[in-house]
Design a protein around this ligand. Structure first.
Ligand SMILES: Cc1ncc(COP(=O)(O)O)c(C=O)c1O
Length: 445
């Protein structure tokens, strides 16, 4: 195999990097290779990847079976426009629907999660034609297109100052946000178990009194990822489902980060036992090959003719073949169960460390969808984003990649490939403790 484009001298790298326009934070080294849960930078340094590269590599790097499936398909056809079918598209639809309750009967594919969420919004508008508004949650993240950014935290002051989305406010209408079920920092200052889901009640009041006309849909992530690893507490989604039914509003689950095993189940809807009308998938669907999807119930009208949802790259046979193989492996290797078991090991290890390092204000799952909230003081819960950032940087020095950022920059995200094993979980805990100790010793929170 030729070295191109996998080699470059350092000065060329530095000079070319200036020509890359990227609308997000730069966080780490140039990676040249990956295998399983590990990846390697240009100097050969090894990293344990607990970020799964935007939570997409559930099977880790370089899964041979997925690569073979994609490249075998490429020999036949590797690009197809949306209007022509291919075997992998049909087989993938069949595979996805086979995993779901039979109320779901159609899937569309899109090139990214943001566009899948927009597709879900379009379906809602087709089915509730007079509706002008959507409701989303505080701290939500549904993507980076103009509509999905409007549904998320980008144009709010969630980070203490306006996010980047403020520049695009001309396009950011039609979204109303209601409190999320953030039990560690409840906006109503209540304790879970005695709150009677005031946050869900606020949703009810908003639909009833705070929005002009019908609401097309409530869109939410069953576990908020970018917003700070905030899982819906038990019972919350049942309430939301009831409210949506009461007001004939559709419920959309954005399962971009949740689906395909990470929570210990194939889907978040299975984990919570609540069925949305529409849900979206992407990221781990094809273990990093670009593809996303929108799944809808049979009672709903789908897209009409006339370019409702047609994209040049909405029908990629390589990604579809990779997705079929990825799902087969997740089932064959019982990876949701592994996520549950390894998630319990990591969470309990982190909780033990919490006793030693009180700056770890909260440790929360479920499964391998883990967040650690870094605070100045566990009683006041004052957020410590600078310390979180120091821990993140120390971890990189110690060969550990984690997630950081989004609307709650004090929350460290630990979401490794769901193939991770016990030894690797122990390796993680060792590197995490070393990093937090070094970061704490380096200064005040
Ligand atoms: C919950 C959620 N929804 C949507 C998206 C957007 O997906 P994409 O970046 O593929 O457009 C993301 C990406 O991080 C996400 O986490």
């Amino acid at each position: 195999m030729s070295n191109y484009p996998n080699s470059m001298d350092l000065s060329t790298e530095e000079s070319l990097a200036k020509n890359v326009m990227f609308g997000g934070p730069w966080r780490g080294p140039l990676i040249t290779r990956g295998e399983g849960v590990y990846c390697y930078d240009r100097s050969g340094k090894t990293y344990l990847d607990c970020e799964s590269q935007a939570w997409s590599l559930n099977l880790g790097f370089g899964n041979r079976e997925v690569i073979d499936a994609a490249f075998e398909q490429a020999k036949y056809v590797y690009h197809m426009k949306g209007g022509l079918n291919t075997f992998p598209r049909l087989r993938l639809v069949e595979k996805i629907l086979s995993l779901l309750p039979n109320v779901f009967d159609r899937v569309s594919f899109e090139p990214s999660g943001s566009i899948a969420n927009e597709a879900a919004m379009k379906i809602a508008m087709i089915n509730i034609p007079e509706a002008r508004y959507f409701i989303s949650l505080y701290h939500a993240f549904h993507g980076n297109t103009l509509a999905t950014a409007a549904a998320g935290w980008h144009a709010t002051k969630a980070q203490g100052h306006y996010g980047g989305g403020k520049k695009y406010m001309a396009f950011m209408q039609n979204f109303v946000k209601v409190p999320n079920p953030y039990c560690y920092r409840c906006v109503f200052n209540k304790k879970f178990g005695t709150c009677d889901f005031l946050c869900a009640e606020q949703l009810r009041t908003t639909i009833c009194l705070g929005v002009a006309g019908p609401v097309a849909a409530v869109i939410l992530e069953p576990v908020q990822g970018s917003g700070g690893q905030i899982p819906c507490p038990p019972g919350y989604l049942e309430r939301v489902r009831e409210i949506c039914d009461e007001f004939e509003t559709l419920l959309i689950f954005d399962e971009m980060q949740c689906a395909f095993g990470r929570m210990g189940t194939m889907f978040a809807s299975e984990y919570y036992g609540v069925v949305p009308d529409i849900f979206t998938i992407g990221k781990a669907l094809a273990n990093g090959f670009p593809i996303s999807g929108t799944v809808i119930q049979s009672k709903l009208k789908g897209f009409q003719d006339g370019n409702d949802d047609n994209f040049t790259f909405c029908n990629n046979p390589m990604s579809q073949a990779a997705a079929i193989k990825t799902i087969e492996i997740i089932i064959r290797e019982k990876l949701p169960e592994n996520a549950k078991t390894m998630g319990a090991i990591l969470t309990s290890g982190l909780k033990t460390l919490q006793e030693k390092y009180p700056v770890m204000g909260d440790v929360r799952g479920p499964g391998l969808h883990i967040g650690v909230e870094i605070v100045k003081d566990p009683v006041t819960k004052e957020a410590a984003p600078e310390l979180a950032s120091r821990i993140y940087n120390k971890a990189l020095e110690n060969g550990l990649i984690m997630g950081l950022g989004g609307s709650s920059p004090q929350v460290i995200k630990i979401k490794p490939p769901i193939i991770i094993n016990k030894g690797q979980c122990e390796e993680f805990l060792g590197k995490f403790e070393k990093s937090i100790k070094e970061a704490v010793n380096a200064g005040t929170p």
